[in-house]
Design a protein around this ligand. Sequence first.
Ligand code: GAR
Length: 192
Amino acid sequence: MKQQRASVFASGTGSNFDVMMQDEDIANSIVLLVCDKPGAAVIEKAESLGVPTLVLDPKIYSSKQEYEKVIYEKLQSLEVDWIFLAGYMRLIGETLLSQYEGRIINIHPSILPSFPGKDAIGQAFRAGVSKTGVTIHYVDEGMDTGPIIAQEEIEMIPGETEEQLKTRIQAVEHRLYPNVMKQLMQNVTEEL
Ligand code: GAR
């Protein structure tokens, strides 16, 4: 049975990356961190955990295609099977979508299709909805679109701050994402 090999794409803090690395099975499968923001905190986290990093500044490439070609070549050289987006704030283009169909997964801090895009927690907070939550989905060419794999709702608590809401949402993310990752990678392993 072939061990599944995963890459994580992130742009920021990396709290989701952190919890993935605390799970032995997932940590064993992660062979690369890809980051599009030189200087992002997640890079240092990966380095301190001994995870190889590919840090790119998309601005220096003439097109998304050129940028993603560099990523794809690295993924191929490492025989990566899965791409898990964890706060990667950039649309995935055709170059990666066509090569990793059904193998690119995203986590988003809202109940999609509500509040896609940036600052989903703030968007829900300001909208005054009674519930929000977390969605994990397959990635397509859209912004936080694509078939949903898992969703978990949480109720808003009257009087809580946006920061408190964020803490509760991230706690859900940190539990849900590792579970879904393991299920997805396990299912494929069983099919082989
Ligand atoms: C997470 O809340 C994730 O759901 C969100 O970015 C945050 C990254 O946090 N992703 C999106 O909004 C995607 N549209 P982290 O860097 O601490 O893992």
